[in-house]
Design a protein around this ligand. Structure first.
Ligand code: SF4
Ligand code: SF4
Length: 483
């Protein structure tokens, strides 16, 4: 029975809902669970900012040179693969954002002429180009400036626009997490559909108000109405819906990754149909291309390629060369998607190349995320233990005394390079199988023969082989003293 008195039929077992687990469930149901997690990350972010601005300029010896680029990125993809969108749940940028909402009580809507994900897509491309062009990973000071800019942007945007404008339209990390959470094994979901049918108040989206009309619990700021929500896209795991629902009808449920997400024609609350969303389709292409470009930027053949490009085009400035590489990489993948769409139309009488392109383009997402995961996990497993000497060094820098012992700089890898390489190849292969699975599901959903799927199976296979080649190249050990 819920707190409102409406009976809930819980047909699924207790273990299948994280909010019903003994300790974890109790924590997740705490009204301020998210604030506690955000505060922990805010403290870590403050340490990163302090060391970035005032600590040693050598990246592997500075918290800002290691925690964001080795630990945070690795843990984000690990969490997405094994649990869910935990970073958005614990996002420290939410605290200044909430402060801005309290201070300014914004009423303006996000401008209609900046719809969907377009701002975030531009920021994503700019950020990853700048990451390579200005070697952000090697500069604790620049890293600290980027982190500070992020806090200021979250504060300014959500102080000006109502709702979750920053998360939904601007935050590049959020968009990365939304696409990554397609393959996550959990989802924020209703427990009993019949309870939602009988529900009169719909607090999960409207929010809960007291007798005087004051808002006591926000509903979903991302505009996802629980009974009509499909999958994880746009869900920040903020759990506002869980706390707002008067019938305790929302939980965090285990699921088979991808299965609920593969239909681009299903009507998703807050999103609409993916098959009609050019911004989401572009986001998938951009994130997939950037996943491969970002890994390409770390392997030794990139230096030969840049030298050749420089001599051929007579361009010597690295930022310009990298801009050309990024534009070229994005254009190559966009062209491949267009050719695959044309080939599908040619092989079978599908309505149009655009029709197949706007559906099958999403099949790239698991492989693209597999590439990101393989890359980030490589750095994580080869550099995770650097956190110990870093903490020791930080104590020395701040207090002048070796409170945690002398820095043990010999500590770096959690796994050997050989074991890590095997592991990341498996991760990439899982992404590839996810893409194949999605392609086959679409083939069966639209009753297309196997022949019509060949262009997409071929494109995913080519990208997978390119990823295997990338992972086999000598890679820079960024963020560790082994490099
Ligand atoms: S999830 Fe939303 S619609 Fe369903 S019972 Fe709760 S408040 Fe009502
Ligand atoms: S309130 Fe919206 S964004 Fe937050 S967990 Fe619920 S569905 Fe996801």
């Amino acid at each position: 029975m819920s707190r409102s008195g409406v009976p809930i039929t819980l047909s699924h077992p207790r273990w299948s809902d994280l909010t019903r687990w003994p300790l974890l469930g109790r924590f997740l149901r705490l009204r301020h669970a998210r604030t506690i997690a955000q505060t922990v990350l805010l403290v870590l972010a403050a340490l990163v900012l302090y060391d970035g601005f005032f600590g040693p300029p050598i990246a592997p010896k500075n918290l800002a040179g290691v925690l964001p680029w080795v630990h945070w990125r690795g843990l984000v993809v690990l969490a997405l693969l094994l649990a869910g969108n935990l970073f958005c749940f614990a996002c420290p940028f939410m605290l200044p954002r909430r402060l801005a909402q309290l201070l300014f009580r914004p009423r303006r809507s996000w401008p209609r002429w900046l719809p969907g994900k377009w701002v975030a897509i531009v920021l994503l491309v700019t950020f990853f180009w700048a990451y390579e062009a200005f070697d952000l990973w090697a500069s604790p000071l620049l890293t600290a400036w980027v982190a500070l800019a992020y806090f200021v942007a979250a504060f300014a945007i959500d102080g000006f626009f109502r709702g979750a404008a920053f998360c939904k339209h601007v935050c590049p990390i959020g968009q990365f997490n939304f696409i990554g959470s397609l393959v996550s094994p959990t989802e924020v979901r209703i427990r009993d559909a019949s309870v939602c049918q009988r529900c009169r108040t719909k607090d999960c989206i409207r929010g809960r108000f007291d007798r005087d009309g004051r808002l006591v619990q926000r509903g979903c700021e991302l505009g996802l109405f629980q009974p009509a929500k499909v999958g994880n896209l746009d869900c920040t795991f903020c759990l506002d819906c869980l706390h707002a629902c008067p019938h305790q009808n929302v939980g965090i449920r285990w699921r088979f990754p991808l299965r609920a997400e593969t239909d681009p024609d299903s009507l998703r609350s807050g999103i609409g149909r993916l098959s009609g969303r050019h911004d989401w389709a572009t986001l998938v292409v951009v994130l997939t291309a950037l996943g491969f470009l970002n890994a390409f930027g770390m392997v030794s053949p990139v230096y030969h390629f840049l030298r050749w490009l420089s001599q051929t085009l007579h361009v010597t400035r690295e930022p310009v060369l990298l801009a050309i590489v990024f534009a070229g990489g994005l254009a190559v993948l966009a062209t491949c998607v267009t050719l695959a769409s044309l080939a599908t139309r040619w092989l079978l009488p599908t309505p149009s190349p655009r029709w197949s392109g706007m559906r099958f383009v999403y099949t790239l997402a698991p492989l693209g995320f597999g590439m990101w995961s393989a890359h980030y996990l490589f750095h994580f497993f080869t550099g995770a233990l650097t956190v110990l000497p870093l903490a020791q060094q930080f104590a020395v820098d701040v207090t002048g005394r070796a409170l945690l012992g002398q820095p043990a700089w010999h500590l770096a890898s959690l796994l050997s390079v050989a074991a890590t390489t095997d592991l990341v190849v498996i991760v990439l292969a899982l992404g590839y199988f996810g893409s194949l699975f999605w392609t086959m599901r679409l083939g069966s959903r639209y009753r297309l023969g196997f022949i019509a799927l060949l262009p997409w199976l071929g494109l995913n296979t080519l990208l997978f082989l390119f990823g295997i080649w990338l992972l086999g190249q000598p890679m820079e050990m960024r963020g560790t003293l082994l490099g």
